[in-house]
Design a protein around this ligand. Structure first.
Ligand code: PPS
Ligand code: ADP
Length: 587
């Protein structure tokens, strides 16, 4: 059924010489309502059931709203969906490569004829969907025809398996696109980017995806593509939904920004594409091409394996390496975007320049390049790779993103019986680490139980809660680059392992293995005497080591016995280990 309503579509005339490519279908769809209607909708929203959009649907809504998916004016209804899956065409015959659908579960007020308030996970009201159709897709058919596979499960098919069994469609009214707070100046809408490209006088524009550009060879290939078409270069990474913790996203975009900063009048333009990548190979390449046309592009750089997932463990790719290029070639005229094949570049050290592999002058020396994939998480490459291979500014950002161990967060976790020396050694270690430039917070069991874990008992359940809290806090500090020393009995191995996870492995377990006889002799707080007396009187106290379990670590980084080693020796043993592991540097 065709969708009702009349979204705003700004028509542009076909491309004249010196003008940008027209939007796909002739005009840019704009689903954003005016301020008066937005105010009405906010007031009305409480009367409608809400649907919290998942990451994919959020991105799709954003692209629908701003015209990135023009000429689509909403999620696909059944007739469009069926034909897109079977023939890559909308019901009216327009070429459209992949379904753009809204999965949901009907019921609880979600029915045809009703209005749904679409929200993000934070509850922000984004849009109304006036439900005209709720239909049950044939997901097997979608997997087989749209994604070209049934036996193996590439990411788009896994996504299908996870989503609810119905799709919904109807008129969309959008109050606002999902909010983004990062790189706001790089998130231009199609209309805004078109203005920017037009202001540069560009008519031919080639979009490059991004990831391969971190190395100079990839960057040179993209710049060559722009020269080949006689146009400008748009660096256009597909960012989809990113989360605050996705450090890789910030690092990548910072690197791309370093590529375009201060590069003069022919500088590439950088803009982020809020498309949720499906990793659907050729179908996705076509979808990206259409979206990029809507942003003003005429060409798209396509390399082998474009828009596909990594090969499976047997090395088998989900889509043939050149499938995206072939699909683009087949449909270029219809979608109005040409593929430009990414040419392998080689470096000519004698000439200090890059050149396409097929055009190396006879007899010239060439140098092989590293692949861009090896750059991430390898700060050492900054030293190994010369400037001609990776831009110093990019290398610096990559290095900052993966600081050496001595500048990463750390949790030192002391475990052992009461009186085994955990707190005494931890306090001494705080001072030694400060000497090495590491300032630490100390979470001591006793103290934690007076505030963070106030009211908890020493039952197994409460000890687990207590230790999870300590592990969680230490993990947060660690991930933000800080150091915490935790001194808690933490008698259960499994929960200590959880704490290690929370610190993402930047975790040094120090086992105070002091024998219970010694701990008991010390009996710093008289607790052992109390526990023994209680046991003798058949009123067990559940005191660790007396009548409650302690599970020693299997393979701690450091093992101490404070009945044989002095406090200084214990601290020295830990410092040696931290030096070995690189968490501190010698001074
Ligand atoms: N039943 C029982 N079992 C073990 N310990 C007990 C108990 N009751 C009180 N205490 C005192 O509490 C301190 C240990 O607290 P923790 O938070 O480290 O324990 S746990 O990790 O949650 O098991 C520990 O203090 P420190 O000796 O300073 O470590 C104990 O003296
Ligand atoms: N080598 C040593 N390391 C740590 N503590 C020691 C050592 N030798 C004696 N002690 C004494 O043992 C007691 C250990 O108590 P504490 O550090 O509070 O243990 P825990 O935190 O494991 O309960 C302290 O009174 C401390 O002075």
């Amino acid at each position: 059924m065709p969708l009702q309503g009349a979204p705003s579509i700004s028509r542009t005339t076909p491309t004249a010489r010196g003008e940008l490519n027209t939007p796909y279908g002739g005009g840019l769809v704009d689903l954003i309502v005016g301020p008066d209607r937005a105010a009405e909708m906010k007031a009305e929203a409480k009367d409608h059931p809400s649907l919290t959009l998942d990451d994919r649907s959020l991105c799709d809504l954003e692209l629908l709203a701003v015209g990135g998916f023009s000429p689509l004016t909403g999620f696909l209804g059944e007739a469009d969906y069926d034909r897109v899956v079977g023939e890559r065409r909308l019901a009216d015959g327009t070429f459209w490569p992949l379904p753009v659908t809204l999965p949901l579960t009907p019921g609880e007020g979600i029915d045809e004829g009703k209005t749904l308030a679409l929200r993000d996970v934070y509850g922000n009201l984004l849009a109304f969907l006036h439900l005209e159709e709720i239909y049950r897709p044939d997901k097997g058919r979608e997997a087989a025809l749209a994604y070209g596979t049934v036996d193996r499960k590439p990411p788009p098919v896994e996504h299908l398996d996870r989503t609810p069994g119905h799709y919904a469609a109807g008129r969309l009214e959008v109050i606002r696109t999902p909010p983004h707070y990062d790189f706001v100046d790089l998130r231009r809408t199609p209309a805004e980017l078109r203005d920017r490209l037009a202001s540069l006088g560009w008519s031919k524009v080639v979009a490059a995806h991004g990831s391969g550009l971190l190395l100079r060879a990839g960057e040179e290939a993209a710049r060559l593509a722009a020269r080949r078409i006689g146009g400008g270069l748009l660096i256009n990474p597909v960012v989809g939904v990113t989360r605050p913790g996705d450090a890789g996203h910030y690092t990548r975009v910072r690197c791309y920004r370093a590529l375009v900063d201060g590069d003069g009048p022919c500088s590439p333009v950088l803009n982020l594409l809020p498309l949720a990548g499906r990793m659907a190979g050729p179908g996705e390449a076509l979808l990206r091409a259409i979206v990029r046309r809507n942003y003003g592009c005429t060409h798209m750089l396509v390399g082998p394996g474009h828009a596909g997932p990594e090969a499976d463990p047997a090395g088998q790719p989900s889509y043939p390496p050149h499938a995206a290029l072939e699909a683009m070639a087949e449909h270029a005229d219809e979608i109005g975007v040409q593929a430009v094949e990414s040419e392998p570049m080689v470096y000519l050290p004698d000439d200090h320049r890059y050149c396409p592999a097929g055009e190396v002058p006879r007899g010239a020396a060439t140098v092989d390049m590293a692949s861009s994939g090896m750059l991430e998480g390898r700060p050492d490459l900054r030293r190994e790779l010369p400037d001609w291979s990776v831009r110093p500014a990019v290398a610096e950002i990559l290095a900052q993103a993966s600081p050496p161990k001595d500048r990463q967060g750390l949790t030192v976790w002391f475990t052992g019986l009461s009186g085994s020396g955990k707190s005494t050694v931890a306090h001494a270690l705080v001072e030694r680490l400060a000497e090495h430039g590491r300032r630490c917070a100390l979470l001591d069991g006793d103290e934690i139980r007076t505030h963070l874990s106030r009211g908890l008992t020493f039952s197994k359940e409460d000890r687990d809660i207590n230790i999870r809290r300590v592990g969680y806090v230490a993990g947060l500090v660690c991930q933000a680059g800080g150091t915490t020393l935790c001194s808690v009995i933490s008698p259960y191995r499994a929960i200590r392992d959880e704490a290690r996870e929370a610190s993402r492995g930047n975790f040094v377990e120090v086992y105070c293995s002091t024998p219970i006889e010694v701990c008991e002799l010390r009996d710093v707080k008289g607790m052992y005497a109390k526990a023994r007396a209680a046991v003798a009187a058949s009123r067990p106290l559940g005191f660790t080591g007396v009548d409650d379990p302690y599970e020693p670590p299997v393979d701690p980084e450091v093992s101490l016995d404070t009945s044989r080693q002095s406090v200084e020796e214990c601290v020295e043993a830990i410092v040696r280990k931290l030096l070995d592991l690189g968490y501190i540097l010698p001074h």
